[in-house]
Design a binder for this molecule. Structure first.
Ligand code: RIB
Length: 336
């Protein structure tokens, strides 16, 4: 195993992301084929993806100084990852190359009609990210302002990262995507968790088919020890149940939807950058809403992430949240 510090940025990071890289093999078509059927697609492209890498790249474009903890293989897709990270200035001290494993890859179907997607991902080398990798990046995590992780790499690595960050007083964001079984203790290390509707339902055991359902799912996750539950609801926006109170954050006004791949990653990256800059919960979620709303207007995952200047310009199109309770009325999430 070797690291790739020679050809990318090094140094301290304000935002540290633990997660995977995947080469996204994107097929746009009218619908998915059924088993045994061959269909013509409308378009094909290869791009850089993987939730962790997407979040790192989006955060860097949004103005963050970002370090990534991951593993790739010594192959063509690994070369793609390295060239993208180099171009985006990602700090690579904690990125390892495992010559015995392939780099991650994902099959992505994008509906030509709606821009919605279906994804099949194989993490490859990143599927072997270990608690030892996290421990080796301990000082990078402790020196950061915000730590972010998801669930495409092993759960025990996510748990170790969240615990290390929390113990160092670093703000933690846990994006539980895709939803897999997690130990109950993981929630107590979460300053923020950011599931989408499907993930919130799977992890809370509460159906999320409305804003009311999302509120009950958030309540269930809050009772496990999360300080701020922020459920993304697609075109309905995002529901916050947290220390600032309970509020619905509407989506970016006037956003056009071309491809939703990576929208959740954009949202998490925006949240991370804004929290690292010391913004309030309300301002951080509005910033995240702008990043996500811009990303869906362009094709691809990391390729669709907006630059800081675009985000600043879009902020005036982010509606104000609709508050339902304020902290003093909220028994589970209040700071008192
Ligand atoms: O969140 C989108 C990402 O999920 C894609 O880039 C794909 O690689 C999968 O990891």
């Amino acid at each position: 195993m070797t690291t790739i510090t020679r050809d990318t940025a090094t140094g301290s990071a304000d935002i540290v992301v633990l997660g995977i890289f995947a080469a996204d093999l994107v097929f746009q078509a009218d619908r998915l084929p059924t088993i045994g059927e061959t269909l013509f697609g409308r378009a094909f492209s290869i791009g850089s993806g993987g939730k962790g890498s997407n979040q790192a790249i989006a955060a860097a474009r949004a103005g963050g100084r970002v370090g990534l903890i991951t593993r790739i293989g010594a192959d063509t897709f690994g070369d793609l990852a390295r060239s993208v990270w180099q171009a985006e200035g990602i700090i690579a001290d904690a990125i390892s190359i495992d010559p015995a494993q392939a780099t991650g890859a994902a099959f992505i179907f994008v509906s030509a009609a709606t821009g919605d997607n279906a994804i099949l991902v194989t993490p490859g080398a990143a599927g072997r990210i270990s608690t030892a990798d996290v421990a080796a990046a301990g000082s990078m995590i402790a020196d950061a302002k915000v730590f972010v992780t998801q669930l495409e790499q092993p759960v025990d690595a996510a748990l170790a990262g969240l615990e290390a960050a929390r113990q160092a007083g670093v703000v933690t964001i846990f994006n539980p995507a895709p939803a897999v079984a997690v130990p109950d203790m993981i929630w107590r290390y979460c300053d923020w968790t950011t599931p989408n509707e499907t993930e919130a339902a799977a992890l809370s055991g509460v159906a999320v088919d409305s804003v009311d359902g999302a509120f009950h799912a958030a309540d269930a996750l809050g009772r496990r020890g999360v300080r701020n539950v922020l459920i993304t609801l697609g075109e309905k926006g995002a529901l916050l149940c947290g220390e600032a109170g309970t509020a619905l954050f509407p989506p970016l006004a006037g956003a056009t939807v071309v491809d939703t791949t990576g929208a959740g990653d954009a949202f998490n990256a925006g949240l991370a950058v804004a929290l690292a800059e010391g913004r309030s919960a309300e301002d951080a979620i509005r910033f995240a809403t702008a990043v996500a709303g811009l990303s869906v207007g362009r094709p691809g995952a990391s390729a669709s992430m907006p630059a800081r200047t675009e985000i600043e310009a879009a902020l005036e199109r982010v509606p104000s949240p609709i508050w339902m309770t304020r902290p003093e009325e909220d028994l589970i999430f209040s700071t008192g």
